[in-house]
Design a protein around this ligand. Structure first.
Ligand SMILES: *Cc1c(COP(=O)(O)O)cnc(C)c1O
Length: 411
């Protein structure tokens, strides 16, 4: 085989300057932020970018901003920039709605593309909202549709020719365990099963190659690793070989072929545009754009290599300093995403004590302390500092106070 015509990679070729990317975020002094897997921090340019959208676009252009400022095209334009990070071809990713809605939309479309089959397979490590949405869809459809769940380790063996759709979150939100996307897709496709991937903990966390793995559908959110801010919109990917056959169940006017014809009957729009539903959140998209300006200077291979260095050092440090914390994440870095979790029965109180001491992670019931590693702004000094604080909190039982045991609304 001759490699005279290598396909250009979707990744930017330049090496990532992590000092520069870190400087592009506004991080509060005295805090070590290890929760960018749940809510990304504020890009320094975001406030000004959003202010311009408010004052110069909304304020001055009023409704003409939809055309003049290009608001209507933002969901697809920013979708392409996210596409680069997840191995998606241009024109296959669009933004809008929340991730739960996008899960429903992708699942409904996938089921309709596989008529005659009624079973959705997922796993018990999936994020509950994904399972709730599938359950709600099954109830609406009736007619014998069914959601089946198995343990994450049992997924591969449970792929059988009676399935319509396999719906998985690639990286487990609790433990960081990672599914083998290419392998599961290959098995599913060999049995005529379509696959929907949730990339909530993958996009911006690990290299994803949707086109290379021949993915059918993928969805994900932007407020975690992609730093669009609280409530930032989700994205959806549909393989180009499927888009023209997809009939969106959430058939809103902005997915219509001609929204401003105001036809009484629905005709799906061209390509990925048909997965849009309603009016896009322009202010939130402006904040996302500020973050993508930073992401544009990165490549995922560098991000992954740095993420592995950080997580390996963190595991080593915590295991040496805190013997009562049990590693809940896979030990093999290739088998996990960009987070590390430990178990402890007092996990909630321990996390509150850590937060009070300036190390911000989060807690996931029943007993998981979760720490996200986001190389765009997490440094090796953060890792060392966090380990030192954890050692002190555990050694002196600083967590053992009533105020750390009262559960807040958001954990
Ligand atoms: C964060 C997350 C969600 C959240 O969905 P929203 O509708 O954006 O609140 C859904 N699924 C997974 C796997 C997640 O990690």
């Amino acid at each position: 085989m001759k490699y005279t015509h290598m396909t250009p990679k979707v990744q930017a070729p330049m090496p990532t300057d992590f000092a520069k990317t870190r400087a592009a975020f506004a991080l509060p002094d005295g805090k070590i932020y290890l929760d960018g897997n749940s809510l990304g921090p504020l890009p320094r340019a975001a406030a000004d970018r959003v202010r311009r959208t408010i004052e110069e676009e909304w304020g001055q252009m009023l409704i003409t901003g939809w055309n003049k400022a290009g608001w209507m095209d933002l969901p697809a334009r920013l979708g392409d920039r996210i596409g680069r990070l997840i191995g998606a071809q241009p024109g296959t990713v669009v933004l809008g709605d929340t991730l739960s809605i996008k899960v429903y939309q992708a699942l409904a479309s996938a089921l309709e593309l596989n008529p005659g089959r009624k079973v959705i397979l997922s796993d018990t490590g999936n994020f509950p909202s994904d399972l709730y949405m599938a359950d709600g869809l099954v109830r609406t459809l009736g007619q014998g549709y069914e959601l089946r769940t198995v343990a994450p380790e049992a997924v591969e063996a449970a792929i059988t020719p009676d399935l319509a759709v396999l719906m998985l979150t690639e990286v487990d939100y609790r433990t960081g365990r990672k599914h083998d996307m290419a392998r599961l897709i290959a098995k599913a496709h060999s049995m005529g099963v379509l696959v929907v991937w949730d990339l909530a903990h993958s996009a911006g966390a690990i290299p994803v190659d949707l086109a290379g793995a021949d993915a059918d559908f993928a969805v994900g959110c932007t407020y975690k690793y992609l730093n669009s801010g609280p409530g930032g919109p989700a994205f959806i990917y549909v393989a180009p070989r499927l888009t023209d056959r997809v009939r969106p169940a959430l058939s809103g006017w902005l997915g219509h072929e001609s929204p401003f014809a105001f036809d009484l009957s629905y005709r799906p729009g061209s390509g990925i545009e048909r997965m849009r539903v309603g009016t896009p959140p322009i202010l939130q998209l402006a904040a996302l754009e500020a973050s993508l300006d930073i992401w544009d200077q990165t490549n995922m291979a560098d991000v992954r290599a740095r993420s592995i260095e950080l997580t390996e050092a963190f595991i080593k440090g915590v295991e040496a300093a805190c013997p009562t914390l049990a590693l809940a994440s896979p030990r093999d870095p290739e088998a996990r995403g960009s987070q590390v979790s430990f178990r402890h029965k007092e996990g909630y109180a321990i996390m509150q004590a850590l937060i009070a001491c300036g190390v911000i992670g989060d807690f996931r019931a029943p007993d998981i302390l979760r720490f996200g590693f986001t190389p765009l702004y997490t440094t090796m000094q953060d890792v060392t500092g966090a380990v030192a604080v954890m050692a002190e909190v555990m050694e002196k039982s600083l967590w053992d106070r009533p105020e750390y045991k009262a559960r807040a609304k958001v954990t």
